[in-house]
Design a protein around this ligand. Structure first.
Ligand SMILES: [Zn+2]
Length: 191
């Protein structure tokens, strides 16, 4: 096993049985495809599955920090001895964007001192690295600066590399598997 561990969080996986539920239909499937691809490359994975609907509490917002889900994640991050990359896994309906397979939401680290010329809103190197890795393999994607995405915000402020990955609900299983394999290959480049 490698010295790197990937934490996969899926905060919006719980779908209430209502019309147009507020949840991420493909996210758990995407996380499991990614976990499988990482295991196949001997990368350790830990999966954190959300356990309540977004309409009860949004596990990706600051108000959820005292939930068991968020407490467990934070404690694991604190005691983790290996190097961690945290990927917060979500999915989006087609209407939200135009023809993308995926997109990345990144969070700037809060800095007390800002060096002249250094933009705090620039994506971290690992974000730029994954975006170009995906684009080179014809995955339609883009990176955007996020707000209020508290899982990655908390992780980044604990100096854990973290980003939010959105997968289109319209991806076929074959396409999803390709993106999962590609993402796992990218993780290998971070060793
Ligand atoms: Zn989501």
């Amino acid at each position: 096993m490698n010295s790197l561990i990937v934490f996969l969080t899926v905060p919006h996986r719980t779908c209430p049985k209502t019309p147009n539920p507020e949840c991420d239909l493909l996210a758990e499937n995407a996380a499991r495809a990614l976990a499988g691809a990482l295991h196949a490359r001997k990368i350790q994975v830990e999966l954190f599955l959300g356990d309540m609907p977004r309409t009860t509490v949004d596990l990706n917002r600051v108000a959820s920090r005292t939930t068991p889900f968020r407490n467990r994640l934070r404690e694991r991050l604190k005691i983790q001895q290996q190097r961690v990359i945290l990927l917060d896994i979500h999915s989006f309906p087609e209407i939200e964007t135009t023809n993308l397979d995926t997109y990345i939401i990144y969070q700037s680290q809060r800095r007390f001192f800002i060096l002249p010329g250094l933009s705090v809103n620039a994506p971290q190197l690992y974000v730029s690295s994954l975006i170009s890795y995906w684009k080179q393999r014809k995955i339609k994607t883009k990176a955007i600066l996020g707000q209020f995405n508290d899982i990655i915000e908390e992780a980044v402020n604990m100096n854990v590399p973290a980003m939010l990955l959105e997968f289109s609900n319209n991806l076929s299983q074959e396409r999803l598997d390709f993106i999962a394999q590609t993402t796992a290959d990218w993780v290998l480049t971070q060793l």
